[in-house]
Structures are given as structure tokens and as C-alpha cells.
Design a protein around this ligand. Structure first.
Ligand code: 0X9
Ligand code: CA
Ligand code: CA
Ligand code: ZN
Length: 345
């Protein structure tokens, strides 16, 4: 390494510092808040989601409206964006819902629904499929159900999972995907406050799950996807038992169709299966919505396939993961429309 040896040590250190600064600064999704602003690289932070959802709605007020469905334990608004023609009116159109970010460390599970919202709004009037689906349905997207946990994952502990409830015994956090009421307290959940799958002191003890419950109870949802990662799976109820759900053939057919739509985009395989085949878990979003209301709904476990890299999906996979899941989301919105419009309330 002759050439390297010719450069004085002090100069090499200075060059290394400059290069490191450039690398750290390059390609960041910075909301301009300056030093100390939480930064998740190309992934979106809570502040960036807040900012960008409001900008989308402001620039496309005829088809996009932002509202808060409630507040987190630490008081952050849980933002929803509604996308439809005549968006200010609640029309008797098929409603499809996309939820993201129940688990703090699953950053891609926030970016995918956010990017779907952004695509639907920006391509309206240009892309004929998007235009038709937005005209014929009401699409609701809540990209970050657990903003406190996400913020904590960005600033303090990358692998944080739960919300930021102070459990009062020195531990923090309830697993929001064990806190829904259907079969709450059953297998695959824990009563231990320290556990990563702590179910909370009671069903719907958490403001985040209460907000999702109250929001869905006010809607006539035809289909829903809740995004998580990782493992590349399309999961359908039940999750609390190995027994098949009453509409198992329908749920399975839809899960297979969703996985097919994903695969055609980048030849990446997501496996359709009953939730309980992954492992038994009680009190998740999808068992509740199906158990209480018989709404076909799915947990999609996004990329990667395995624990390397696990939750830390490389930034260059954000766009392809969004693209393959856009295809599946458009399919499900279309399916919901084909079921016919719900009766006027
Ligand atoms: O355990 C979960 O909440 C989900 N997996 S994750 O790694 N994203 O935490 C899976 C929930 C699927 N539901 C059931 N298996 N019941
Ligand atoms: Ca409409
Ligand atoms: Ca409606
Ligand atoms: Zn998850």
C-alpha cells in the first residue's frame, strides 16, 4: 500500500473525518430540524410522517384529508389520511384500511403504508387504475399506530418493540399487537410487564389500540391490512388458535392472491398462511377485526425473509418493498369495491 503510506497520518485522519461526514449526511431524509432532530435515514420519523401527510392533503384537498384518530401514551397524534373523491363526504363506498407501525422497530411497516398513501394521492388523475380505485372507494391509511415506540427506536433503542407505557414497576411498554380484546390473554401473550409480548393489564388498556378500535367501529371496513416485518408472510386469522376460521377458504384465497400480486413485481416470495402457523398469539389486530366483525383482514410481514438483517432492512429495499406491496394493496382495494357498496347509514 505504497500510495497510502505516502499520505501523512494527520491528513489521512482528516480525510477520513470528511468522508465519514459526507457519508452520514448523504441521502438522509432530513426534515430540516437541525442538529438533534431524530433521524431515521431514508425511513420516515414521526415528525416527517406528520409533515408529509399534511403537505399531501394540503396539495390535494379534493381527494385527501388528514385527521387524528387519537393520541399515544405520550400524547402524540395518531394520524390518518383518507383518500377518496369528494373526500370531505362520507360516501357509501367500499372502505379499505391500511395500518402500519404497531411495533416500534418495524420501520418498513410505516414507510410502506405511507408510500402507498403518497402514491395514491400523487398518481390520481394520471394513473387510470389509481384514479378509478380512488373514485370508487374510501381508502384510510394510518401509517404509524405506535409513534412513541417508533421515536424511541429512532433515538434510543433501535430494537424497541412495544409502546412507551410506564408500567409503574420500572418497566415500560405494552405489546399493542397483544392488547386487542378478541381472545385477549390467551396463548402467545404474557402477563409479565417486562415481556416483549406483554398484553397490558386489560384488553384495550392502551390509548393507541383504543384509537384503532374506535376508528374502525365508526367505519364500514371491507378489508384491512396491518403491516409488520419481518419474514415475508401474508397471514390470515385465526392467530389465537390452530382451528380454521369460519371463512377460511375466502381468507386463504385472498392471502394467496395477495402473495401472487406481490411476487409478480420483483419475484420476491411472501408465503400465505394462517397466522397460527407462524405461532399462536392472542389479542392481535386481525383476530379482533375478524372475530368481532368478520372483516377479511391480513397481517403482512414485510421484507426481509430472515433474521439477517431482520428488522434492519437496508434502505435500498424500501422502494422495492413498497412497489410489490402497492400491487397487493391495489388488488385488495379493487376486491373490496367488487363486493358492492355498503348500505347507506
Ligand atoms: O407477533 C406479532 O405480533 C407479529 N409478528 S412480529 O414479528 N411483526 O411481531 C405476528 C402476528 C401474527 N398473529 C398471530 N400469529 N396471531
Ligand atoms: Ca368518495
Ligand atoms: Ca363511507
Ligand atoms: Zn410486528
Amino acid at each position: 500500500m505504497k500510495s497510502r503510506a505516502n499520505i501523512p497520518t494527520r491528513m489521512r485522519l482528516a480525510l477520513a473525518a470528511i468522508i465519514a461526514t459526507l457519508l452520514l449526511a448523504g441521502g438522509r431524509c432530513d426534515n430540516g430540524g437541525g442538529p438533534g432532530t431524530p433521524d431515521a435515514g431514508l425511513y420516515h420519523t414521526y415528525a416527517e410522517i406528520n409533515d408529509e401527510l399534511h403537505k399531501l392533503a394540503a396539495a390535494h384537498a379534493q381527494i385527501a384529508q388528514v385527521s387524528s384518530i387519537g393520541k399515544s401514551v405520550e400524547g402524540r397524534d395518531l394520524w390518518a389520511i383518507k383518500i377518496s373523491d369528494n373526500v370531505a363526504q362520507d360516501e357509501p363506498e367500499a372502505e379499505t384500511v391500511f395500518l402500519g407501525g404497531h411495533h416500534a422497530r418495524e420501520w418498513i411497516a410505516v414507510d410502506v403504508p405511507f408510500l402507498i398513501a403518497s402514491h395514491l394521492v400523487n398518481q390520481y388523475g394520471t394513473d387510470t387504475t389509481v384514479t378509478r380505485l380512488v373514485n370508487q372507494s374510501e381508502i384510510w391509511i394510518v401509517p404509524m399506530v405506535n409513534p412513541d415506540g417508533h421515536q424511541y427506536s429512532v433515538t434510543t433503542d433501535r430494537l424497541w418493540r412495544k409502546n412507551r407505557r410506564n408500567n409503574g414497576d420500572g418497566t415500560f411498554g405494552v405489546d399493542l399487537n397483544r392488547n386487542y380484546s378478541y381472545q385477549w390473554g390467551g396463548p402467545g401473550s404474557s402477563g409479565d410487564t417486562f415481556s416483549e409480548i406483554y398484553r397490558g393489564p386489560s384488553a384495550f388498556s392502551e390509548p393507541e389500540t383504543q384509537a384503532v378500535r374506535d376508528f374502525l367501529q365508526q367505519r364500514q371496513t371491507r378489508a384491512l391490512i396491518s403491516y409488520h416485518n419481518f419474514s415475508q408472510l401474508v397471514l390470515y386469522p385465526w392467530g389465537y388458535t390452530n382451528a380454521p376460521a369460519p371463512d377460511e377458504p375466502l381468507l386463504q384465497n385472498l392471502a394467496v392472491a395477495i402473495a401472487d400480486r406481490i411476487r409478480v413485481v420483483h419475484a420476491v416470495t411472501y408465503t400465505p398462511q394462517q397466522s397460527s402457523d407462524l405461532y399462536l398469539a392472542s389479542g392481535d389486530t386481525t383476530d379482533w377485526l375478524y372475530g368481532e366483525y368478520r372483516v377479511p383482514n391480513f397481517t403482512i410481514e414485510l421484507r426481509p425473509r430472515s433474521s439477517f438483517p431482520g428488522f434492519e432492512l437496508p434502505e435500498n429495499e424500501i422502494t422495492p418493498t413498497f412497489e410489490e406491496n402497492l400491487s397487493a394493496a391495489l388488488f385488495l382495494i379493487d376486491w373490496a369495491i367488487q363486493q358492492g357498496t355498503p348500505p347507506t347509514i
